[in-house]
Ligand binder design. Structure first.
Ligand code: GLN
Length: 487
């Protein structure tokens, strides 16, 4: 492989070349930065590129490699969604409200990666405060799908998915509150994992809906997913919701096949609104898993699935309205000064937030207000409880559930931005896993009209191992994940 193709490598191959000194971290970083410079004008995946930081980190990584004190991700270049705080590097959350904000600390996931000697190349574009499904709600510009630049890359972590798919880094990080890792992973033809709620520390993640948010990786394949999870998972004393659960070596679940695994196919995920081509790709994937030795349960039912979207659009805005109260122009970020404090806060929030964020704050303030709290918020929590119970019952009968990631493939830029219900409906198959806090994975399982289709696998809490095992087996038997967009 020539030096100018190094950006295409999966982590597990780059790692071998770095450790045997066939390539240097500096060469790998240069290859990604060059690639990024040539494709970024076409995909607009990034808000910030930090080349100088990256080159300094790459040189430090080369010293670690030379002294034989390298860790698994030493010298591996990555990109982080712009809601992960990065010390000394602008972090905007896709919002004017935080334009120019430079955090004084690193998020735990960033800290863990930098301590290993991974190389941060930049920060990726996103829907403002992670509210959206297309990156069109970014306050700055929309990103584009590398497979067809007239189409969205998905969202809200669309920049992270597009950047990886375009070969700008070896892995990227995103966050998933209602589907924001899995949906863009599906739309851009890469692997995306939303871990169990509590598996990865949220310290330093700018909060959207704290009971739903999880950080996770975008990777080229499941081996890489396991490597990144090994680095970022685990309890952290700075996030009280991070779970005191031991973290296995996720790579030990590769190459185990699917023989004997019980895979459930809940019928509620295959109903009206699913594009026939998407259904065909996912059904073909399930048949393949069956031929590979999995036992397929076709009579699984999750009847409350139809209420998940409605419950989400109560719970998430309620939490957002509380979380976003801190943006008042006093402590940090965008600020407008007027004659009185109240007028200053009103002007700051009026100009600093975009329309979708304002809608969510208003909705959440309403659903939490006295008189409506029981009718909306408490009722949504009851639905959440019911959805949880149904998943628990399903996981008594099966190890995994296999469904489409999204009802459709990527849609054209501009096509849903004025029809918000249609935009919200793109997450109808991903939201239940957030509501229940269970881990879920999207892997490439086909194409239609040149656009990728995602297969979603869900498992019980803290069973990322079984997702990685099954996902890897499927990937070994297929070649979808090896395709690259032509840019
Ligand atoms: N698209 C969903 C929303 O707009 C989910 C976003 C996310 O997961 N961050 O809320």
């Amino acid at each position: 492989m020539s030096v100018d193709q190094l950006h295409e490598l999966p982590i597990h191959q780059a790692q071998k070349l770095l450790h045997s000194r066939e390539i240097s971290a500096r060469e790998l970083t240069d290859a990604c930065l060059n690639r990024l410079a040539s494709v970024e004008p076409h995909v607009n995946a990034l808000l910030t590129v930090c080349s100088e930081h990256a080159l300094a980190q790459a040189s430090a990584a080369d010293r670690l490699l030379a002294s034989d004190s390298a860790a698994p991700l030493t010298g591996i270049p990555f990109i982080a969604k712009d809601l992960l705080c990065t010390r000394g590097i602008v972090t905007t959350c896709g919002s004017r409200m935080l334009e120019g904000f430079v955090p004084p600390y690193d998020a735990t996931v960033i800290d863990r990666l930098l301590r290993q000697g991974s190389v941060l190349l930049g920060k990726s574009n996103m829907d403002e405060f992670a509210m959206g499904s297309s990156t069109e709600h970014s306050a700055f510009f929309p990103s584009r799908n590398p497979w067809n630049r007239d189409f969205v890359p998905g969202g809200s972590s669309g920049g992270s998915a597009a950047a990886l798919s375009a070969g700008e880094a070896l892995f990227t990080l995103g966050s998933d509150t209602g589907g924001s890792i899995r949906q863009p992973a599906g739309f851009c033809g890469v692997v995306g994992l939303k871990p169990t709620y509590g598996r990865v520390s949220r310290y330093g993640l700018i909060a959207f809906a704290s009971s739903l948010d999880q950080i996770g990786p975008f990777t080229r394949d499941l081996h890489d997913c396991a490597l990144v999870m090994n680095a970022i998972a685990g309890q952290c004393h700075k996030d009280s919701t991070s779970a005191p659960v031991s973290v296995p070596d996720f790579t030990s679940f590769l190459n185990r096949g699917v023989r004997g695994l019980r895979i459930g196919v809940p019928k509620e995920y295959f109903g009206a609104g699913i594009l026939p081509e998407v259904r065909t790709c996912v059904e073909d994937a399930i048949l393949l898993l069956e031929r590979m030795g999995a036992y397929i349960h076709r009579d699984i039912s999750l009847p409350s699935t139809e209420y998940a979207l409605a419950a989400y659009y109560i719970i998430a805005p309620s939490e957002a309205s509380a979380n976003l109260a801190r943006f008042d122009g006093v402590k940090y970020g965008f600020s407008r000064q007027r004659a009185t404090t109240e007028d200053s806060v009103t002007a700051t929030r009026g100009e600093g937030f975009g329309p979708e964020v304002k809608r969510r704050i208003m909705l959440g303030t309403h659903t939490l207000s006295s008189g409506y709290y029981n009718a909306y918020y408490v009722k949504a929590l009851k639905v959440r409880h019911r959805i949880n119970e149904e998943f628990q019952r399903a996981f008594e009968q099966c190890d995994l559930l296999a469904v489409p990631t999204s009802p459709t493939v990527a849609f054209p830029l501009g096509s849903k931005i004025h029809d918000l219900l249609q935009m919200y409906l793109t997450d109808i198959l991903t939201i239940p896993a957030n509501i229940a806090g269970i881990p879920a994975l999207s892997i490439p399982c086909g194409f239609t009209d040149g656009l990728p289709v995602g297969l979603q696998l869900m498992a019980n809490r803290f069973r990322e191992d079984v997702l990685i095992q099954a996902g890897h087996a499927y990937e070994q038997a297929t070649e979808w994940h090896l395709r690259h967009p032509d840019l």
